[in-house]
Design a protein around this ligand. Structure first.
Ligand SMILES: N[C@@H](CCC[C@H](N)C(=O)O)C(=O)O
Length: 276
């Protein structure tokens, strides 16, 4: 069968976006892996699926697959592209769009300057819920990986994140330590790993080794988790510019009990069709 798709990106974190509201197909992990291949497939960090709502309080269901085929709970850059996609495809006329993911509900706001702000909800800090093995919440945890003693923040933005503070993102051991922490037994569902350099209380540089995708040019939930972790460690103020290899996001968090807001661009690259 023929399936139409749109290739999009949020700061270089790239997506294959498929409308399964007007098209019908049952996606599976093997197909995702084949299509994610940058030589033999379309190539992407994540596949985003638009499905009809499953409850009356949301407009759509938002499903996300990593390039390795694993279905995951949340994707921040993807959420901004999702909003632009459903508006451009006229699947909705709204500028405020509510979607459900497997980890909860989020709200997407299309701005007049074509940027998108996403209310990502409250960060989850309770270790069991992240999930992360620790007796109780702490703003940072002692952590051993690769025979090194590290200090790490643990936050869920719907999906799990570990955040390390580094002197410079240029020299951070993203490729060597990233995969080791990603699969560390203290994170039973694996983890996204952020390497955060503090520039000032309102600006950080960040690289993220993503679970199921490797290092990407940007990670929206990673940016939110880094800002939450930086504030909990008293390194950052509530509004922070996050510089990623693919560009910058603006993240706002007023502290425990508050939602995290993420603002940034969403870009369409091309339209395509595949035969499955
Ligand atoms: N690129 C994303 C996160 C995608 C999911 C992540 N790799 C996971 O496994 O949780 C973002 O922009 O947030």
């Amino acid at each position: 069968m023929r399936l139409k798709f749109t290739k999009m990106h949020g700061l270089g974190n790239d997506f294959m976006v498929i409308d399964l509201v007007t098209q019908h197909y049952k996606m599976d992990e093997d197909t995702v892996r084949q299509l994610a291949d940058r030589n033999f497939g379309i190539g992407f960090d994540q596949m985003l699926i638009v499905e009809p709502p499953t409850s009356p309080d949301v407009d759509f269901t938002y499903r996300i697959y990593n390039a390795d085929g694993s279905e995951v709970e949340q994707c921040g850059n993807g959420a901004r592209c999702f909003a632009r996609f459903v508006k451009d495809k006229r699947l909705t006329a709204k500028n405020e769009i509510k979607v459900s993911t497997s980890s909860g509900k989020i709200t997407l706001h299309l701005q007049s300057n074509r940027e998108v702000t996403v209310d990502m909800g409250e960060p989850v800090l309770e270790p069991k819920a992240i999930p992360f093995e620790a007796d109780q919440f702490a703003s940072e945890y002692d952590f051993e990986a690769n025979d090194q003693q590290l200090t790490l923040g643990a936050v869920s933005m719907g999906n799990p994140h570990g955040v390390l503070v580094v002197d410079s993102v240029k020299t951070a051991p993203v490729e060597s330590l990233g995969p080791i922490i990603e699969s560390h037994p203290r994170f039973p569902q694996r983890v996204n790993v952020g390497f955060m350099e503090i520039v000032s209380r309102n600006e950080i540089n960040l690289r993220v080794y993503e679970r199921g995708a490797g290092e990407t040019l940007a990670c929206g939930t990673g940016a939110c988790a880094a800002v939450v972790s930086g504030q909990l460690r008293d390194l950052l103020d509530p509004g922070v510019k996050v510089n990623l290899p693919g560009g910058s996001l603006f993240i706002e968090w007023a502290g425990k009990g508050h939602h995290v807001n993420m603002t940034g661009p969403a870009t369409r690259v091309f339209e395509g069709q595949i035969y499955l």
